[in-house]
Each structure stands twice: as structure tokens, then as C-alpha cells.
Design a protein around this ligand. Sequence first.
Ligand SMILES: [Zn+2]
Ligand SMILES: [Zn+2]
Length: 149
Amino acid sequence: MQNGKCVVCGKAGEKHHIIFKCEGGLDFPLNYIYLCAEHHRGKKSPHRNKKINLMYKLEFQNKLNNILTKDYYFMDDIMRILSLNSSQVRSICKKFKLYKEGYKRDDIIRRLMGGKFYYDFMLDEFYDDSWNITDKFINDNDLYDNCEF
Ligand SMILES: [Zn+2]
Ligand SMILES: [Zn+2]
């Protein structure tokens, strides 16, 4: 897909899902950016470099944290605020516990992050990703080999 400029260098870019589809990432505007071939799949790209991958993910998570400022949301709000379509919202909300105030912000964010939260300390070179495996979506083989770009 050649529409949109690379967020790093401004060349023609292709769609990159920050939370990969195989990690449970949804196809909605907040979860993708455009990257040129080099910044998408080259040495210093999220598909080849763990740290860069993580930095895009942390940035996305921060964005979600800033957008979702209330503790609870109903489906309509989630759809509107995050520009998700109704079938996406229905399918993610099915798995959430519904409180009388709505769905919990943390449940929503965790789901959009592919089932886990990301932390700055993961950028540490000694950090071992297996310490934070919390969800069936996360699988290292998927991450770097079989993953759909
Ligand atoms: Zn680029
Ligand atoms: Zn990609």
C-alpha cells in the first residue's frame, strides 16, 4: 500500500501496524503509521529491531493513555473516540467485563495493545521479553518471522 508518507523520512510509505495483526492488533487509524520500505523492513525498522518496535508500541500506548482519560467507557464512546468500527468494538467488548459505569479503560487499552501492557524498562538491553508474556497472542516466532506486515 503506497499511500501516506514515512513518519521517519517523508518518502512514500506503506502501512505498518504498530501492534502487528498477528499480535492481535486491530486495523484502525491509531494502530498504523506509514513507513517507507527501508524504515519498515530495513535494519532499523520495527520488524528487524526489537527496540524500535518497542518504541512505536510505547508511543502508541501513551497515545491511548492520553486519549482515554476516563476510567470507564461505553461502546459508543469507544467507537467514536478511537475511530473503531462497530464490529471491532463489539468483538473486543465481548470479552470485557461490563460494569454499570461501562467497560474499564485498562481492559480496552490492554486489548488494543494486543493483550499486554508495555513498559519503558523493556527498552533495557538486558530485559528478557519472556518475563512479560501474559497473552496467547504473544509469540516470538510470530513477531519476527511469520508476521503479516
Ligand atoms: Zn522512511
Ligand atoms: Zn509493518
